[in-house]
Design a binder for this molecule. Structure first.
Ligand code: NAP
Ligand code: FE
Length: 363
């Protein structure tokens, strides 16, 4: 028995925004949510504003989303959207602006304290959202999740709201073709981790398993480009599609402890999200190898590799981490990561198990 729900319409292809301007008619006034500059530089912002102008929809741009956005950053975005009379939200960027868009869509129509968003404690449905990813990784364009940084708690937390599934996701490989090589690698590794964690997760379903293996197969086909940095629009489109498939996997099955442990590496050491996951995934596979060895063999095979060893070598090749860690830091991370929801992991999570994963990965 399982259920499968994925309400986002995905439109894929070169110039997909310009060719589908009428799909932007979700309201009369949009707030476009972006990071500092990449939405403009990669051409996505221009395409979206041209589409809105063409169909006569007015808009304002909120370009203040930082990487790993804080709950406050999204809250101010919500005030901005309310003050400007928005009736829908367009998130353009990597996971940070897309996740912030979801929280902004909630805050814009609910007079709540910032932290209330995590309890689902709001009455009004969030504004409708359109997502235009400019990294190929998080899959946020097809998930109901928004991951926000909590400064006081020194970690990140996820809120989930089915009405935050974007209504439409526009995937155009032109937007990611000039991604800095390390951002392209980090985000592709994030997508791989979504597929792997979703596949090994005990919430995995027949549908999510099927999609997880296809995600890994597609990313496997892009490994030569990810290694060499030689990207073409078709390869970027394949990576974007794979990242959306990875998002569909976690929409059904969720992630697991690689993500909840990785948040500490991002919070304390500013290690990008995908890189943090990639640093931990090898030791995670060792940790759960005794209970899901067969599934791990299928993961490795789907990527086109022959062993977990080869997979770990691949992670080392794609990720460059220069941060140094101490035992004391690991103990501090453990205190936080053991507070996460751990029930979906493939086996019982103990503090010794997580310590072992951190130590093997970081020391
Ligand atoms: P990101 O934090 O959105 O962006 C990283 C950097 O890449 C930023 O400096 C951004 O610049 C730049 N960038 C984005 N697109 C670019 C382009 N086309 N060309 C050049 N530079 C570009 O990175 P991300 O890895 O995509 O997202 C990470 C966030 O997503 C984390 O907060 C993570 O927790 C979250 N996440 C969410 C989900 C989910 O299901 N909702 C899943 C996994 C991860 P600008 O600031 O100028 O835009
Ligand atoms: Fe992720």
């Amino acid at each position: 028995m399982f259920s499968y729900y994925m309400p986002t319409r995905i439109l894929v292809g070169e110039n997909v925004v310009r060719n589908n301007a009428s799909a932007f008619a979700l309201g009369r006034k949009a707030i476009i949510v972006t990071g500092r500059s990449s939405a403009q530089k990669c051409g996505a912002l221009n395409d979206v504003t041209d589409a809105l102008n063409k169909i006569g929809v007015s808009y304002d741009v909120y370009d203040k989303i930082e990487n790993n956005p804080t709950v406050e950053c999204a809250y101010y975005g919500g005030r901005f959207a309310k003050d400007h009379g928005a009736d829908f939200i367009i998130g353009i960027g990597g996971g940070s602006p897309m996740d912030a868009s979801k929280a902004i869509a909630v805050y814009a129509v609910n007079d709540i304290e910032p932290m209330q968003i995590f309890d689902g404690n709001f009455v009004n449905k969030p504004l409708p959202i359109i997502a235009v990813p400019t990294t190929a990784g998080t899959g946020s364009e097809v998930t109901p999740y928004s991951i926000l940084t909590l400064t006081k708690e020194q970690t990140k937390r996820n809120f989930t709201c089915e009405d935050c599934f974007p209504k439409i996701a526009f995937l155009d490989g032109r937007y990611t073709v000039k991604l800095p090589i390390q951002v392209a690698r980090n985000t592709a590794v994030d997508a791989m981790c979504h597929a792997i964690e979703g596949y090994l997760n005990n919430r995995a379903t027949a549908a999510s398993d099927y999609i997880a293996l296809e995600t890994l197969r597609l990313i496997g086909e892009c490994l030569p480009a990810l290694k060499s940095g030689d990207f073409s629009v078709p390869i970027c489109e394949k990576l974007l599609f794979a990242a959306s498939l990875g998002g569909i996997v976690i929409s059904q099955a969720g992630t697991t402890i690689v993500h909840s442990m990785g948040y500490q590496l991002t919070f304390f050491k500013d290690i990008p999200h995908g890189m943090a996951n990639g640093m931990l995934i090898g030791a995670f596979l060792d940790w759960c190898g005794d209970v899901c060895g067969e599934k791990i063999a299928r993961v490795v095979e789907a990527i086109g590799l022959s062993s977990v060893c080869e997979f770990k070598e691949l992670m080392k090749k794609l990720l460059v981490n220069e941060s140094l860690f101490t035992d004391e830091e690991i103990e501090a991370y453990l205190k936080i990561s053991m507070n996460a929801k751990l029930a979906s992991a493939p086996k019982t999570v103990t503090i010794d198990g997580e310590r072992d994963i951190y130590r093997k990965s970081l020391l």
